[in-house]
Design a protein around this ligand. Structure first.
Ligand code: UD1
Ligand code: MG
Length: 450
């Protein structure tokens, strides 16, 4: 059966104490809402509908930036989870598959859990994801009769006996879309919170002769984020899992607890990651590379055999071919560095192409920005750029060319040519000694106060 996702993301998240809507706070470099969307991807959703409310424009922009085909609907007033799901109805008009409801602030539901719910949906009309809560606190309780789910009762409305139940509602629900919306139509708000509870659909389904069941998962998956402390815990939990997965995949992390990973970090087998490395979104490191200590990488690609750092920064668009070396205090942005090229010390290379086997001396800078526009620098294969060369873009250095140290290169250099663009050296014999004597005499006069 085809599937569509409905992700609830209208809540304000008051306890975050933030101008940013809660679901856009990042975990592992990406908004928690994106994590929820990505875990739902395993179901190959036909439609993904995000129900936004607070700061809907910001939520819409972030959602569409990640998935231009997602549909964002508005829930003007937050009248409860059933009311929120009802807002997705027009967007899913004519869709006759299964709808799965997720929460935008519950980022860690595992793909495998959603697959188990999908499987259970073949046998039951309504499937709810539950978990055994260590501290059931204010969660909704699942009232079971064998493997049949009878109803869900919210904490506020529960009797003492019901509050003793430890099987709790995660909030994730799966049902045929048509049935889901029909049941929601019948949900009222006559309860302790005065809200339209999505959880009421279970009792309503059972009363109409439909079947319902619960699939369970580990409590860690249902971890919801309500505060900055929760956010930090969620990020830590993500990091622990992601590091363990890399170790399992044959990546060496010298000090795993000091490596910060993004949701989508890809690292190949037999790569070595030294301590204190930060991965932002969009990084791929191929097999057999080394990322040395204190490097920061985002939106970049390091090929096999590359050595990066220590203290290197790879920014979006940094494309390193095989066996490239990027050393300490080097920043690369939007630049292709071809096979075997070396940029080992104190450089900025942005909006550039660096040819195979080229060597950029210490302090080489591509002056890519004129204050208004960005310009490109091309450095040919096997070129040798002398230390402290300023390459004022747009500029083209031919294959096998050289620049003298300290040159400010403003026009193109022919292949195999040597370009020198610095003042010629002048030498004045004995002048240093005379200067020293003059300065020392001046200092002595000043100390005498004359
Ligand atoms: C809900 C469940 C409860 C479950 C718990 C799990 C109901 C009635 N209760 O309770 O059984 O144990 O989640 O965390 O469903 N939202 C909207 N629009 C609204 C209301 C909520 O988009 O009008 C969103 C919120 O932003 C949040 C999610 O839905 O992401 C859940 O809402 P929340 O108010 O946190 O529900 P709980 O009271 O925690
Ligand atoms: Mg909640």
């Amino acid at each position: 059966m085809k599937t569509s996702l409905i992700i609830l993301a209208a809540g304000k998240g008051t306890r975050m104490n933030s101008d940013l809507p809660k679901v856009l706070h990042p975990i592992a470099g990406e908004p928690m809402l994106i994590h929820a969307m990505e875990s739902g991807r395993v179901l190959e959703p036909e439609h993904t509908v995000i129900v936004a409310g607070h700061c809907a424009d910001q939520v819409r922009a972030a959602t569409l930036a990640h998935d231009p085909e997602a549909i964002v609907v508005d829930q003007q007033e937050q009248l409860g989870t059933a009311h929120a799901v009802a807002q997705a109805r027009p967007a899913l008009a004519g869709f006759d598959g299964m709808a799965v409801v997720l929460y935008g602030d519950t980022p860690f539901i595992q793909p495998e859990t959603l697959e188990r719910m999908q499987a259970a949906q073949a046998q039951h009309d309504v499937v709810v994801l539950g978990f055994q809560a260590a501290d059931p606190a204010r969660y909704g309780r699942l009232v079971m009769q064998g493997d049949r789910l009878e109803r869900i009762v919210e904490f506020k409305d529960a009797t003492e006996a019901e509050r003793a139940i430890t099987l709790c509602n995660s909030g994730v629900v799966a049902a045929r879309a048509e049935l889901l919306f029909d049941l929601i139509d019948a949900v009222g708000n006559d309860n302790a919170a005065g809200e339209y509870y999505l959880t009421d659909i279970v009792g309503l389904a059972r009363a109409r002769g439909f079947s319902a069941t619960a699939v369970t998962c580990d409590e860690a998956e249902t971890l919801g984020v309500n505060s900055r402390a929760d956010l930090a815990l969620a990020d830590a939990a993500f990091q622990t899992r992601a590091r363990a997965a890399l170790l399992e995949d044959g990546v060496t992390l010298m000090a795993p607890e000091t490596v910060y990973l993004a949701r989508d970090t890809i690292i190949g087998r037999d790569t070595l990651i030294e301590p204190n490395v930060v991965f932002g979104p969009g990084v791929t490191v191929e097999s057999g590379a080394t990322i040395r200590a204190f490097s920061h990488l985002e939106g970049c690609h390091v090929s096999r055999g590359g050595i990066v750092g220590p203290y290197a920064r790879l920014r979006p668009g940094a494309e390193l071919a095989e066996d490239v070396r990027i050393g300490n205090f080097v920043e690369i942005k939007n630049a292709q560095v071809a096979e075997g090229a070396k940029i080992n010390h104190l450089s900025y290379v942005g909006d550039a192409f660096v040819g195979a086997g080229a060597n950029l001396g210490a302090g080489t800078i591509t002056c890519n920005y004129d204050g208004v526009m960005k310009h490109h620098t091309h450095i040919g294969a096997r070129a040798f750029i002398g230390s402290n060369t300023m390459l004022v873009a747009p500029v083209n250095i031919g294959d096998g060319a050289m620049t003298g140290s300290g040159s400010v290169i403003t026009s193109d250099v022919e292949p195999d040519a040597l370009a020198l663009a610095r003042a010629p050296q002048v030498e004045k014999p004995g002048m240093a000694r005379k200067l020293f004597e003059m300065l020392k005499a001046k200092k002595a006069r000043m100390q005498r106060g004359s």
